[in-house]
Write a protein that binds this ligand. Sequence first.
Ligand SMILES: [Zn+2]
Length: 805
Amino acid sequence: MLSRRTLLKTSAASASASALLPSLALARPDNGVSLYAFPLTAVRLGAGPFADNAGRTHAYLRFLDADRLLHMFRVTAGLPSSATPCGGWESPSTELRGHSMGHVLTGLAQAYAGTGEAVFKTKGDYLVAQLALCQRANGYLSAYPESFIDRVETGQSVWAPYYTLHKIVAGLLDWHVLTGSAQALTVLTRKAEWVRARNSVLTYAQRQQMLRVEFGGMGEALFNLYQLSAFPAHLTTAQYFDHAQVLDPLAAGVDALAGFHANTQIPKALAAIRGFHATGTLKYRDIAVNFWNFVVRQHSYAIGGNSNGEYFQAPNRIASELSDTTCECCNSYNMLKLTRQLAFTDSARAAELMDFYEKALYNHLLGAQNPSSANGHHCYYVPLRAGGIKTYSNDYDNFTCCHGTGMETNTKFGDSVYFHDGSTALWVNLFVASTLTWPGRGITIRQDTTFPETSTARLTVTAGSGAIDLRIRIPSWTSGAQVRVNGVLTGSPVPGSYLAISRTWATGDTVDISVPMALSVEATPDNPAVRAVKHGPIVLAGQFGTSNLSALPPLDPSLLRPSSAALEYTAGSVLLRPFYKTHGQRYSVYWNVVSNVPREAHYPFEEASGSAVLDATGNGWNGVLAGAASRTTGRTGRGVLLSGGYVSLPAGLLAGAAAFTVAAWVRVDVAASWARVFDFGTGTGAYLFLTARSSSGTLRYAITSAGSGAEQRIDGPAALPTGVWTHVAVTHTGNLGVLYAGGVEVARNSALTVRPSALGSTTQNWIGRSQYAGDPYLSAAVDGFRIYSRALSASEVSQLNATGS
Ligand SMILES: [Zn+2]
């Protein structure tokens, strides 16, 4: 380890070396990107919830006393300070002290870029100048002594010294990039050289040991500095922070995140994608992509946040992980940073990525700031237990990490509304009231919208003209979207994609976007009865006043009624309103969805025409004919004829079922292996089906919650015959499944360990169609299709066979 004296010399030497830094003009282009952000200076927010949040954080940044923030930096540098120390995580005895300086610098830089107000520039320049004096005084720049670094390097207990240094480095970088401050780059470069010197004398093993302690986005900030400066030493230093224990499983495509502190890991994935942009190394890209897929698909709540008690839990545990410490706000702040970097990297995935961006932005971060506080006080966790309540920071006695990232989030809402491709393509990602002044093109476009309170937005070219390849995001949650150019319907919007409109635009041209929203419920993967309610992308929360609920409140979704206010519903006496607007009272985002409607249905197929397939039980499980499906003479009365089509039944028909029976009359017209009598599932991972003919020539029932390799089966002695009506039934309760044909048992399996409930709320419930796209459709007539929520007895099945449909 370097002695303190040696370090002083190293730092002094690097001060002059910084003069050798290339200018901004020599910045390295990013590898592997096809989309780019507009600078924050190009986007001004219009009136709306984002501008409201930004206004409160701007007020806080104006309010903060620079000398109080500088106090422990000056004390540590041996300089005089008479300021009142800050409290909370910035108190003189807290090991994380100093981290807020970086957040404030980033917040001031973004506020200045987003508004042009001089007050932010003045305060940030003062902070940087004073930090430069502190750095000059002792060659070190921190609000805690250098001994903290000794401790983390040698495995002694200390909070997270490099986490704190990262914030300062990132703040200086942002101040330089967004305001052009040369002094910030000088201070930053000296600091980066100090980090390099400190780490270059450690062995690989020593560094990997040290990296077990949270170190924030050191890697990301240093890759950014390398891209900015092209100074090779910064690349070396950035890669000192590649943490193999976490990165290697991710590179191998393994979700080993359970048990890891969530917000310690997200910045490592962010560093990885910037490492890919800096070096072109594909392993870095794969790490970032795999990490995002794992976190978004297997570790995220309905509001887009992740973590319980700050830790990643086992994959797909959501309903079982609802507490007062869910969804740390920093995590979503970092996930959004990662998401936009992945969109830059893979524009073909932009629709999916920006769907998530919107989800976490509206449902988590927008609602994490207290609208009642003039200074934008912020949540740390966002509780998702029933009866949870948001709690907030304060001016000087909190200073948590999330208070810090809140200053950043709320000063950069303009950074992902629009992207461009470096040429003429303009990507409209989010429906946020704003004005874009396209740098270098003399074109200004205003977006007017009150989304999400309404589902429309209008783009107007307010100045300039020229070719623009417009790309408008059509969210996956919409249906029936329409786009009009100067009032004329244009293009065919497809949910989950970007609609392209290429033309030469002139001042006054308008684009009206309509993305209708609908009510939906989203089940948790680990308990299909536990669901969140959404209107379009907006999560709605039950408003429970002062009631500290002891369990998830029950909800029958069929009772939800729109109220007179936008995005508000009632369910009996309970009001549901957007979670992002829920403050100052207890709430529930998740519900125990109960329904008195039996999960039983009977389809006699007696409709004479139309595509509706009515449930004769009156339970309302009505289906629909799809593709080549028509009416025909049935076993009794009418039936349905399938010849390239199928019958689609409602989602959730067997959700949570402990037992069931499906029975039907089938007249197979064409013997084709794997054609399904029925197949209920969510795709090729989880399903249960009855095929009239397996490739072994048998009638087969199968169920799996883990793909075809894990199917559990019952094989009959033969396939269903062709050309004759045959009654078939399958019953499944507990471990026992019984297969019937012609009213009698033909096979059974008493070792079925996969329960129907393990499939969750299946969404692809089909008569005549397989989850597998390669399987043939059933070519047959079907009649008297019945679903029961229990296993019928042999005599009951025999009775069905005896009585027709
Ligand atoms: Zn935090």
